[in-house]
Design a protein around this ligand. Structure first.
Ligand code: F6P
Length: 320
């Protein structure tokens, strides 16, 4: 393969730039031309693209969003749009396409793959709803944004004996709300995957108020309802004065965390390696976040954990 294209599609997220950078630098290191497509599948249809150099991806690693820009492209869902996108790829001499995005974008990638252009997908969506990967790109940064917002809200809430109902993103998935609840020490998360009983929640919040707690935080995943509606239903029943905040797109931006930078680098390089090995029609993913027990004896008798030798190699390869 001599020419591979890369695009970012759907909702942007932090870590996409790290993945594009890795695709470009790992590709160039393997003597492959890398074409950056702007504005996702829309740019493929409109032929908005550029040859990527090492310099094209310098100084992007620390930036949120995607420098290639993104779009939600309805035209790609039509037969004519798909055929035009595929024809344009072939016209550019592209022999493989790397699609960085969420479920809809991966579906678009698969449709192109079925048209005979090898495709590899990289899961990127703050919702963390993409199967066959423990984490998608952008999730960790979004979680850090939510937790930092809740930390701030707790300061002001506890100065006034207030409850905050905080709405998080996630579309139909409650992952962000649940994990942020664990990490921020919020009282409740209302998520689409589980039924909740507001009467029971109000009773518990009233108990907290009577105990003299200074604040309460309820996270509402957007798929579970509107924060304002929940606040309207509970405000006169919990003791705490109630305020609402919708975190919205604030969650999606910001400099990527180390986790997202590293994941982007690993996913990007793996996409190139596998594309060149002929393992296409696939999505790269991260597996094995399970908790496991190991005998203490074994732990103390084993040498210090070595770092994965892939990490320094990857660091060197990408910092050209
Ligand atoms: O899929 C990512 C996501 O941020 C969802 O959590 C949210 O529902 C949606 O995108 C918002 O989409 P848009 O940026 O098009 O408003």
């Amino acid at each position: 393969m001599k020419r591979i294209a890369v695009l970012t599609s759907g909702g942007d997220c932090s870590g996409m730039n790290a993945a594009v950078r890795a695709v470009v630098r790992a590709g160039l290191a393997s003597q492959v031309d890398i074409i950056g497509i702007y504005k996702g599948f829309q740019g493929l249809i409109d032929r908005l693209y550029e040859n990527m150099t090492t310099k094209s991806v310098s100084n992007v690693l620390q930036r949120g969003g995607t420098f290639l820009q993104s779009a939600r492209c309805l035209e790609m869902k039509t037969k004519a749009g798909l055929q035009l996108a595929t024809a344009n790829l072939k016209g550019m001499g592209v022999e493989g396409l790397i699609v960085i995005g969420g479920d809809g974008s991966l579906k678009g990638g698969y449709a192109i793959h079925q048209q005979g252009v090898p495709v590899i997908g990289i899961p990127a969506s703050i919702d963390n709803d993409i199967p066959y990967t423990d984490m998608s790109l952008g999730v960790d940064t979004a979680l850090n944004n939510i937790v930092s917002a809740v930390d701030n809200l707790k300061d002001t809430a506890s100065s006034h004996d207030r409850a905050f109902v905080v709405e998080t993103m996630g579309r139909g998935c409650g992952y962000l709300a649940v994990v942020a609840t664990i990490a921020s020490g919020a009282e409740y998360s209302l998520i689409p995957e589980e039924d909740y009983n507001l009467e029971v929640i109000c009773e518990d919040l009233r108990r907290r108020y009577r105990e003299g707690r200074s604040n309460s935080i309820i996270l509402v995943a957007e798929g579970a309802g509107k924060a304002q509606d929940i606040a309207d239903q509970i405000k006169d029943k919990i003791g705490f004065e109630t305020r609402v905040i919708v975190l919205g797109h604030y969650q999606r931006g910001g400099s990527p965390t180390v986790f997202d930078r590293l994941l982007g680098a690993r996913f990007g390089e793996a996409a190139i390696e596998n594309m060149l090995k002929g393992n296409h029609g696939k999505m790269v993913g991260l597996k094995s976040a399970e908790i496991q027990l190991t005998n203490l004896e074994k732990v103390v008798k084993t040498k210090s954990r070595p770092i994965d030798p892939m990490l320094p190699l990857l660091a060197n390869r990408l910092s050209v």
